[in-house]
Design a protein around this ligand. Structure first.
Ligand SMILES: [Fe+2]
Ligand SMILES: [Fe+2]
Length: 232
């Protein structure tokens, strides 16, 4: 069986031979050939430089998901909208305008969470610091589901808990920005997920904590990393 492939187009940690800045963008290649982009980094130039060097074609991405309206996740949307005018991008209600301003013509708003395609679901948007944020769950129908998160402003454990309700069980991998989580948040997350990959705004303390307390769960990733899932 071919695997789901996650490619980190940009993370705060640089990767050799690739452009880099503070932001997040993850490309997903599904088993059936569909390609998705989760978050769009800070600068169009970074996506434009990194995608072809990672063997990724923006024109082949059929679906995008913007986790929340902060510009270190939405700033590169203008590049995708230009390279792929047909792309549909899912946003939280408060981020739809940001996506339209960046030139995305097909914006779909996620109000309540739920299925957005075969094996794909969005968590219900949760409020935090004056915005809404949702996560993307993939392989909901295959076992070994993956949750992608942007900054986890509402709490990575809370987003993971919604994702776990959607799939009716544990998550295989949770990856993304965890926004300097508390230890108890990470403990709860560890109860919900087989593997944990704290990147972007997670912070060194969160990385160290997962490495030390849950060494079998920690998955390191940075700009240019390619993860083939399932991981075991
Ligand atoms: Fe962020
Ligand atoms: Fe953020």
């Amino acid at each position: 069986m071919s695997e789901t492939v996650l490619t980190i187009v940009n993370d705060n940690e640089p990767g050799q031979g690739l452009a880099n800045d503070w932001g997040l963008s993850i490309h997903v290649s599904l088993q059936d050939g569909r390609r998705l982009l989760f978050d769009f980094d800070t600068k169009p130039e970074v996506l434009e430089y990194n995608m072809p060097r990672l063997g990724l074609d923006p024109a082949k991405v059929e679906l995008g998901v913007l986790s929340h309206r902060h510009m270190d996740h939405a700033g590169g949307l203008s590049y995708i909208a230009k390279a792929n005018p047909g792309i549909t991008v899912y946003t939280t209600p408060d981020a739809a305008e940001v996506a339209r301003e960046q030139g995305v013509s097909r914006v779909k708003v996620n109000d309540t969470g739920g299925v957005i395609g075969e094996g794909l679901a969005l968590t219900r948007p949760l409020p935090a610091i004056g915005l809404l944020e949702h996560g993307l769950v993939i392989n909901t129908d295959r076992g070994k589901p993956i949750l992608l998160v942007g900054c986890s402003h509402p709490g990575v454990d809370r987003i993971a808990s919604l994702a776990s309700e959607i799939v009716g069980g544990r998550l295989h991998l949770v990856i993304g920005g965890f926004h300097k989580p508390s230890r108890s948040e990470l403990d709860r997350l560890a109860g919900l997920a087989e593997y944990i990959s704290p990147i972007h705004c997670s912070g060194e303390q969160a990385k160290d904590y997962v490495k030390r307390v849950f060494p079998g769960k920690y998955v390191g990733a940075r700009t240019g990393s390619v993860l083939e899932v399932p991981l075991d």
